[in-house]
Write a protein that binds this ligand. Sequence first.
Ligand SMILES: *[C@@H]1O[C@H](CO)[C@@H](O)[C@H](O)[C@H]1NC(C)=O
Ligand SMILES: *[C@@H]1O[C@H](CO)[C@@H](O)[C@H](O)[C@H]1NC(C)=O
Length: 286
Amino acid sequence: MPSKSADDFDEPLMSGESDSTEDLEMSPGGELRTTHFPRRRGILKFQGRVPWMSLIPWTLFLGLSLWVLHQYQKRGPNNPIFPQMLYSPAQDALEYEVRKFRLGLDGDTTEFQGQPSPELDKNWSNLYDMGINLIPRGMAAKLPNKTIIFPHDEQRRYLVELDVFHQLHCLNMIRQALHPEYYKPHTPGPHPGEEDELLGHDHVDHCVDAIRQSLMCNADISVLTWRWNRKQKKNMEMGTILHTCRRFDKIQDWARKHAVYHNMDNEHREMNDPLDPDTWVDGFSG
Ligand SMILES: *[C@@H]1O[C@H](CO)[C@@H](O)[C@H](O)[C@H]1NC(C)=O
Ligand SMILES: *[C@@H]1O[C@H](CO)[C@@H](O)[C@H](O)[C@H]1NC(C)=O
């Protein structure tokens, strides 16, 4: 095996710093040995030549930097550059803020806690009653999963719901299931005769698992802390700490802007949806 000499190395493209080049080689005996090469001065060797090849990585780097800067300016300082791996029609509504969580105990309770009442129900439903939304075809075309055209919609908009509103609805159903004496007779299901369906075991079980998946999916890594409690003379975990949060009011604003409040005709299918070949009839082809 021929031993490497200094002449076997290419010119260093950008660096003149290679005072000496060390090279580890296997000797014929199998031990590692170190070879020293003399000091080289790459920069000097470029004099009189145009090292245009060396510009390519720097041009790419500059281009990438400008692109990242452009994306950053477009989204504003509160948004990350890549908000989600998958497209969401509400992605431009994302903004972040720091929020202190409430304890939900010992007098620090919120307007979503306590004994059932019409007012409490209103507070809950206000969180998500703008949850069913219509979006134009341009947005629908970018969805990772297809959806349908809203039945009878003249503008042929597409029907979506942001999962956070479904999850809040689900959490509300779990809350109501804790008070069967209050809610059972009052809660209408989606169809006549299905009065108890939303608070039935299967639906509440579905809701618990939807929320489990969402918690794991969003994996809040804000930290809880411990403090010494003088009165109780013990270390206690603290709930009223700071979190990085998506601004929920902005997401609600987006949903309100796209909300549809009238009932849906579930028995009607819109045909000839350009985004869904399964609906194409009479020679329609997008
Ligand atoms: C509902 O929300 C309002 C306004 O935030 C609050 O004043 C009220 O106490 C809440 N109702 C209940 C039952 O918590
Ligand atoms: C959504 O898309 C994924 C990936 O193509 C697919 O596995 C899943 O079944 C789709 N869900 C629905 C309801 O179409």
